[in-house]
Design a protein around this ligand. Structure first.
Ligand SMILES: [Zn+2]
Length: 233
């Protein structure tokens, strides 16, 4: 009997050792799981939450959103597709500027009447007179595919001389939607171009300094082109 207990003792000792080893293994396992989840979580956050949440879309706007074509690629609105022959005379954020002011490289009014192109496939939601500071403007709504699925952004074209589209028209990327103007002689001809991440803001001030709901349009176009699924046609 006693011999039996004695003979069991080393066995118990061994069992205790393997239990300890098991606990260490369990800790390593759970640490690995948590680290993986943590890293995965961070990666998922980077991939899936590039934008702060948008406000709720009203039912009417939600219905309209279903009709807005997906924008698979964005191009520059002048000198299509890469703004050839134009330069950004007043870039986004400068003195509270909400867009880019595209001017012809030859200055003055040399770009007056130059073509303005839709930056991407979309639905025209405004076209017409927007007050003395703007002259005529066009707003195009775009629906984003891929990781930004069903987010709506809008491109805004200010100081347009002639508008070739009306609200409700579907447009294709690179389609001529108007010409560069002066807001009825108020400025040297240029295109004030914005990309808005908050939809349905309508006519806003061109300088308001609250950049939260706007994108740097040039960065937006270039970033969107880098997204693999977006670049595929
Ligand atoms: Zn401007």
């Amino acid at each position: 009997m006693s011999q039996g207990i004695a003979s069991q003792a080393p066995g118990i000792g061994t069992a205790g050792g393997s239990a300890k080893f098991g606990r260490i293994l369990a800790w390593v396992f759970w640490a690995w799981i948590l680290a993986t989840l943590g890293l995965g979580g961070i990666a998922a956050m980077l991939v899936f939450t590039p934008l702060p949440p948008l406000p709720d879309v009203s039912e009417e706007h939600y219905e309209l959103l279903q009709k807005i074509p997906y924008a698979t690629r964005f191009d520059f609105p002048v000198g299509w597709p890469d703004a050839k022959g134009y330069y950004d005379a007043r870039s986004f954020g400068k003195k509270g500027h909400m867009g880019s002011d595209w001017n012809g490289v030859n200055g003055g009014n040399t770009d007056l009447g130059g073509p303005v192109y839709a930056a991407a496939d979309g639905l025209v939601i405004f076209s017409g007179y927007a007050g003395p500071g703007w002259g005529d403007c066009v707003i195009v709504a775009h629906r984003l595919p891929g990781q930004f699925r069903d987010r709506q952004v809008e491109s805004f074209y200010g100081h347009v001389q002639d508008c070739f589209v009306e609200a409700g028209d579907k447009v294709k990327r690179g389609q001529k939607i108007g010409t560069i103007g002066t807001a009825y002689g108020r400025y040297f001809a240029h295109l004030h171009f914005e990309i808005r991440r908050r939809p349905w803001m309508g006519i806003c001030r061109g300088y308001n300094g609250k950049t939260e709901w706007w994108y740097d349009p040039t960065r937006f176009i270039l970033d969107m082109r880098k997204q693999g699924p977006l670049a595929k046609q």
